[in-house]
Design a protein around this ligand. Structure first.
Ligand code: FAD
Length: 577
């Protein structure tokens, strides 16, 4: 399926990749990663927190030995050439140690990937084997003091030399692994204008690290400025083409965002385990707090949201794998990743916000113990906050979701404009009769169809109302993004629950039903706000009547469903799927 096509096309449940379809090989690499994190990375946290980067370097080397940096890399460069689902599985399980996960991600996603996608054969041969083995530590230098979200506004300069080489001058900010990396992907402007990517070795001379930033969280990960002073970069170390640095930056972020979403969902799953265990053993008023409805509500909601997150993450990985299977070289792999940039932004935004929600409730369930350092809940909360800021802030990613779809619609892709027009006609016509479908999750299927129509209604009206000025309407775009995120999440949860079988199938259905019931409320609020910003008077009234008709979702007893989910998590002492 093409990226974004889920908005107008139906998907058969058995065509979607879900965690239930993980193979033995996937499970084996999940176990390898988990063992590494619990037995090696997590115990090293006190040293990492003290900025002992020798220990971090040792852990990078261990990941190399275990093959964890080589998942996406062809065998000729020392990698394992496995699918993107494997790569997701590794990211998800790395999340148990957030600080080291940042170090890992900066190497695996932000240094290995640009070389894979845009490196020449000689560059790949020179650098990839050493990055894959963990001999070299990598870092990605895009941000500067004056240019974070506006990354293309970078001031770092690359001056061309007569022999074709370059001299780089400038200062990069907030660079993960900045304090001890050996190899940097640096973005600089050739002749002060042409935004370009370079491969820079610390050994070239002129590269220095600033002091470690005092951060809210991720204390065990290095974040520094990287200062480039007259750094001589050979012509061979140009990455991609002069003036095409944006292609490198944005394609790398596409995949980085998707994997970050995976890490966040992995973190949410672990936190549910902490909450469930704590709620089972903590007694108040003579009984475990897990027996209180207010706590069951929290646990049930944490599970439902995480279930939806897991569902869209794996669904996206499956779609990327299907598409990337034919990609013979870096350029076609980059094009395949770009195809799913909307889904990658959804993964980033919804993954990080689900994690923040879960970690906030994790603290609440721990009460005073959640606020002190004796328990890991407060650390998780601080560590996770940055996920909404880096790899493109959630505001920027929200704008990208409908913005990218609008660009595709204008190009005639996906038939979005025709679908939106047909929907408007339908909404202005007589109400359609209910189908009387009583198949499993029939009400939820109907709801998801209604969510899609709501998204199309808001999106279509926004394109019609603002035309080429749509980008200026950030509030409406943000409402549209919120609706689209809920559409993709709801449908992914629904399809996974429909395909589920075995003892947990009915719990999966419960989780999907809770999520979809919640989403209906959120979508209605967002759609009403967006419509009221775009229309007035009779048109608005007609639209709101259409919206009410569309979103007339039968109420369900979500309280009982959440209780079932919560009780199961408490009985198992962890996330249930
Ligand atoms: C721990 C940590 C590690 C990091 N690691 C790296 C790294 O390895 N490499 C690297 O290059 N960078 C890294 N960064 C930098 C990070 O990517 C940036 O902080 C991020 O892109 C945001 O940029 P900014 O901080 O300049 O915020 P700003 O861009 O100034 O944004 C401030 C606020 O304004 C909003 N905003 C900005 N522009 C718009 C707009 N057009 N429309 C609407 N809202 C807008 C933002 O969403 C945000 O809410 C890291 C940052 C941190 C904190």
């Amino acid at each position: 399926m093409k990226g974004g096509a889920w908005l107008i096309e139906s998907t058969a449940a058995d065509c979607v990749f879900t965690p239930d379809k993980l193979t033995e090989e996937h499970r084996l690499i999940a176990k390898t990663t988990e063992d590494f994190v619990t037995q090696e990375a997590a115990p090293a946290l006190p040293q990492l927190d003290q900025h002992d980067w020798k220990v971090a370097r040792g852990l990078v080397k261990r990941c190399g030995e275990l093959g964890l940096f080589g998942v996406d890399v062809p065998e000729e460069y020392g990698g394992l050439a496995l699918d993107k689902v494997t790569s997701l599985v590794v990211s998800e399980h790395m999340s148990k140690s957030a600080s080291f996960a940042a170090t890992f991600g900066s190497q695996a996603n932000l240094t290995v990937l640009p070389l894979m996608l845009f490196g020449t054969p000689a560059q790949k041969e020179k650098y990839l084997p050493k990055l894959v083995s963990g001999e070299l530590v990598g870092a990605y230098c895009l941000s500067e003091t004056g240019s974070g979200s506006d990354a293309l506004g970078a001031k770092t300069k690359a001056t061309r030399q007569a022999d074709g080489s370059f001299v780089l001058n400038g200062e990069k900010m907030w660079i993960t692994n900045g304090g001890f990396a050996d190899l940097f992907i640096v973005f600089a402007k050739v002749d002060g204008e042409l935004f370009t990517a370079f491969i820079v070795e610390r050994a070239f001379g002129g590269v220095t690290s600033g002091k470690e930033e005092h951060k809210m969280g991720l204390h065990g990960s290095s974040t520094t400025a990287v200062i480039l002073q007259d750094v001589k970069v050979p012509a061979d170390n140009l990455l991609g083409e002069i003036g095409k640095g944006h292609k490198v930056a944005f394609n790398v972020l596409n995949f980085g965002r998707f994997k970050l979403g995976g890490m966040c969902i992995g973190g949410a799953r672990d936190a549910i385990g902490e909450s469930a265990k704590y709620a089972a053993q903590r007694k108040q008023f003579g009984q475990p707090i897990a027996s209180f409805g207010a706590i069951k509500h929290k646990l049930g909601e944490m599970i439902a949201r995480t279930y939806a997150g897991e569902s869209f993450i794996y669904r996206t990985a499956g779609m990327i794998d299907e598409r990337i299977g034919d990609a013979k070289d870096g350029a076609s792999a980059a094009a395949a990743l770009e195809e799913y940039s909307v889904e990658a932004s959804i993964a980033k935004v919804a993954g990080s916000e689900t994690l923040n929600y879960v970690l906030d409730e994790n603290i609440q369930i721990h009460g005073g113990n959640g606020y002190v350092r004796d328990y890991p809940a407060e650390r998780h909360y601080r560590d996770a906050r940055v996920n909404r800021i880096f790899e493109g802030t959630n505001e920027i990613n929200r704008l990208l979701i409908p913005g990218t779809l609008a660009r595709r619609a204008v190009k005639g892709d996906l038939g979005l404009i025709a679908a939106a027009k047909a929907l408007q006609d339908e909404l202005l016509g007589p109400p359609s009769m209910s189908s009387g479908d009583d198949s499993p999750l029939a009400e939820e299927r109907r709801a998801v169809e209604a969510f899609k129509k709501t998204a199309l209604m808001v999106f279509g009206l926004a394109m019609q109302t603002y035309g080429t000025k749509l980008a200026d309407q950030q509030e409406v775009l943000t409402f549209a993004a919120d609706i689209l995120i809920d559409v993709y999440s709801s449908e992914s949860a629904l399809l996974r629950a429909l395909a589920a079988h075995g003892p947990k199938a009915s719990l999966q259905a419960d989780a999907a039903r809770v999520f979809i019931s919640d989403a209906a409320g959120r979508i209605e609020i967002a759609a009403r706000q967006a419509l009221a910003a775009m229309t007035t008077g009779d048109t608005l009234r007609t639209m709101l009547a259409g919206l009410r008709r569309l979103l007339k979702v039968s109420p369900i007893d979500a309280v009982t469903l959440r209780r079932r989910l919560a009780d199961e998590a408490v009985a198992r002492g962890g996330y249930i799927f």
